[in-house]
Write a protein that binds this ligand. Structure first.
Ligand SMILES: [Zn+2]
Length: 485
């Protein structure tokens, strides 16, 4: 028989025993939180305003559909959508709105950040600032410095940190150091584009101090420059480098650094999947793919944005100015000669015209030719300038450009069959963009050019109108297919 004291002791020890068991079992069932987290980065570059679908690509609405269907993309899911820059200049639907339409599309697609590409300066700093104000995502660049003060350019955000699924991702933008020669030089004359590595050494410690655990560079530069940056990336702990500018398709892993560039014109996209250890702050696994924008179910919101801008552009640019039976290819002699000769039609006192092939951006497709087509072919705000060059200066220049007024560059013959005389003076047309570039000799040969204030596409529009073409009298009959080499 148990005394009450014994009962008390027994009860107490039982309590201690149970409590111990409870605590032990408590420790045993505690589930450690899963330290791994996933993140998917969707990456495009050089969209150049190609929001509408083409034969080769699903456009922005198709891409959004594809992301949702195939990649499970939702704006509040574990995704980051990034662009390597050159968002706007391209087909008239974007160019005519100075990129406003394309920015609206990118906002609706949920882009988290885009790098400032060289063509983001095509409408001057003011044009860029307008788009920055409209964009619901930051425009990044860490290597644009004010020439006077050496400080970070006030319009460029060097980096951002986004927390996705518990992973703090630092995204740093870098703009091509070619910018002063690949956009209108006057537009960026107040800025230096410093070497990529210098900018990374400057900013990565800050990005880390701000808490970034995974580092991504979105660069507006091509494969070679991305590869050259790998040792710096390794040293600084950068896991992913996205590219742009060169419109290449790049998909490689070098020394554990993922390198990706997705062509251009929304034709492809990069998909980078990261498995991350949020306790150790390290990448467990990094996989990457380069995928074609085959177009999924069209996203209704993007469709409605595009159709709004399509009808706006149609109402102002649908005027038919001519007719052609066969496509005029972007890089064909017929296209080049038509453009160069039209300038001489408008400025008959000039002897020769010269431009670069980079200013010609699209083909003209067979059928009716509209104003919109020509804006797509020649989308830049380039004006024609008149220069006086000696024959020997002309000979020095013409080797590197497309020409009008010349029958043969090799034989140094003008269109009328006469030879170029080294000491004679020739009136030469080119564009202000080329004139201002440091790497062309125009400014050296004629420091006092005459700016005509005529956009380089206007003579082409006027000439096509003047020949009055129809299906029975197509433009094909008026094109010159001969090479002027
Ligand atoms: Zn570019």
């Amino acid at each position: 028989m148990l005394t009450s004291k014994k009962i008390y002791i027994k009860a107490l020890s039982c309590f201690i025993f149970l409590n111990t068991v409870f605590c032990v079992s408590c420790t045993n069932v505690t589930v450690k939180p899963d330290p791994t987290a996933r993140l998917t980065i969707l990456y495009t570059n050089d969209e150049h305003g190609w929001m509408e679908a083409t034969k080769r690509s699903g456009g922005a609405a198709g891409l959004m559909g594809l992301w949702k269907e195939k990649d499970g993309y939702t704006e509040d899911g574990p995704y980051l959508v990034l662009s390597g820059g050159d968002l706007w200049t391209g087909p008239a639907i974007s160019t005519w709105t100075r990129g406003e339409s394309m920015t609206e599309v990118l906002n609706a697609m949920g882009y988290d950040a885009a790098t400032i590409g060289n063509h983001e300066f095509d409408w001057k700093i003011e044009g860029l600032k307008e788009r920055i104000a409209q964009a619901e995502f930051p425009l990044l660049s860490a290597n644009i410095k004010d020439k006077e003060t050496g400080a970070q350019a006030d319009f460029a955000t060097p980096y951002i940190i986004r927390e996705v699924n518990g992973i703090k991702v630092g995204i740093i933008g870098l703009t091509t150091t070619d910018t002063p020669t690949s956009t209108f030089p006057d537009n960026v004359e107040d800025y230096d584009f410093i070497p990529y590595a210098d900018a990374l050494y400057e900013y990565v410690p800050q990005v880390k101090e701000d808490g970034a655990e995974l580092l991504v560079v979105a660069g507006h530069f091509g494969q070679l420059e991305m590869e050259e940056l790998v040792p710096v990336a390794k040293e600084l702990g950068i896991s992913i480098i996205g590219g742009g500018h060169s419109h290449q398709r790049v998909n490689e892993m070098i020394d554990g650094v993922a390198i990706i560039e997705a062509g251009g014109r929304m034709s492809h996209y990069g998909k980078i999947e990261v498995l991350f250890d949020t306790v150790a702050d390290t990448v467990i696994k990094l996989t990457q793919e380069l995928l074609k924008n085959e177009g999924g179910t069209l996203d209704p919101e993007i469709v409605s944005i595009i159709s709004y801008w399509r009808s706006k552009v149609d109402s102002s640019l649908s005027q038919v100015i001519g007719y052609v039976n066969q496509d005029i290819n972007q890089s064909s002699d017929a296209m080049r000669n038509m453009i160069m000769d039209s300038w001489l039609e408008m400025f008959p006192s000039a002897d020769v015209s010269m431009t670069n092939s980079g200013g010609i951006r699209q083909s003209i497709l067979k059928g009716e030719i509209t104003l919109e087509d020509i804006i797509g072919v020649l989308p830049f705000e380039n004006n024609i300038v008149e220069l006086d060059l000696t024959g020997s200066e002309l000979i020095d220049c013409m080797g590197r450009f497309l020409v009008g007024g010349i029958a043969s560059k090799t034989n140094r013959l003008l269109s009328d069959g006469t030879s170029i005389h080294p000491d004679s003076i020739y009136r030469v047309l080119t564009i202000d963009y080329l004139y201002s570039r440091e790497d062309t000799p125009f400014h050296k040969y004629d420091p006092d050019p005459e700016n005509t204030s005529i956009n380089y596409r206007q003579p082409v529009i006027d000439w096509i109108k003047s020949v009055n073409t129809t299906a029975d009298n197509p433009l094909d009959l008026y094109l010159d297919h001969k090479s002027r080499k």
